[in-house]
Ligand binder design. Structure first.
Ligand code: C5P
Length: 232
């Protein structure tokens, strides 16, 4: 089940397909985020699914329960493996999302929750959201609410993975961005860990964008990530 997910943070179909065409011997698990989805739409998702990629559709949905239910029932028909929403939308919204994603006779895509964005810090939370509790506690509370609502896991920092598993159970998935090679550039990610460290901390899936997409040899960088994370 554990895997490396490549974040396809591109906005054109050409860039995306040129990048994926470099992979001859493997079909990486890929993440389509807002940039690519809003630029290229559902057609891009269908095309990558047809090419045999597992897809994490990272749209971070957040709206009233009825709208989210209907949105998820549209995404359900796209052949995706995993998608997500903001836990801040509340338990009713999370349950509605699960209903929308479920269809008889079809595997339900995994549904995971964003707790607090990794760009959020204590100061921002207190100033803009009026949440005064320690951020670690808020992340674990949102994770627990997501687990109670029946979701499959959360997006979090690898550094939070252990706490999430302790609180919500080892089967509750942790999907973790903020991963960098030991000799790599951090970019705008604040708290980073290596693929090997993420494995040690219990991450189920690591999401890596720029360390692979901007590498001189993306296939070699992907293989290195898999080797370090899965120990293969
Ligand atoms: O290039 P990089 O490895 O930083 O890409 C990380 C990917 O994970 C990006 O697509 C980013 O939007 C996403 N992500 C993140 N932090 C979150 C949620 C998603 O970095 N909390």
């Amino acid at each position: 089940m554990k895997d490396v997910i490549i974040a396809l943070d591109f906005s054109t179909k050409k860039e995306t397909l040129d990048f994926l065409d470099r992979f001859k011997d493997e079909k990486p698990f890929v993440k389509i985020g807002m940039e690519l989805f809003y630029a290229q739409g559902a057609e891009m998702v269908r095309e990558l699914a047809k090419r045999g990629h597992k897809i994490f559709l990272d749209l971070k949905t957040h709206d009233i329960p009825n709208t989210v239910r209907k949105t998820m029932s549209v995404l359900r028909d796209l052949d995706i493996y995993m998608t997500n929403l903001h836990a801040a939308g509340g338990t009713d919204m999370m349950k509605a999302a699960l209903e929308g994603l479920s269809a008889e006779g079809k595997r339900r895509p995994l549904l995971i929750a964003v707790t607090q964005l990794t760009s959020t810090n204590q100061q921002l939370m207190e100033r803009d959201l009026l949440i005064k509790l320690p951020i670690e506690e808020v992340v674990l509370h949102y994770a627990a609410r997501a687990a109670e609502a029946g979701l499959d896991g959360v997006v979090c920092s690898p550094l939070e993975a252990r706490g999430v598993h302790d609180r919500c159970g080892s089967g509750f998935l942790t999907v973790t961005p903020g991963v960098r090679f030991a000799d790599g550039d951090k970019g705008d990610q604040q708290r980073v860990t290596t693929p090997a460290k993420a494995r040690e901390l219990g991450s189920d899936f690591i999401v890596m964008g720029r360390p692979i997409t901007l590498a001189p040899d993306p296939v070699a960088a992907y293989r290195r990530a898999v080797e370090e994370f899965l120990g293969e």
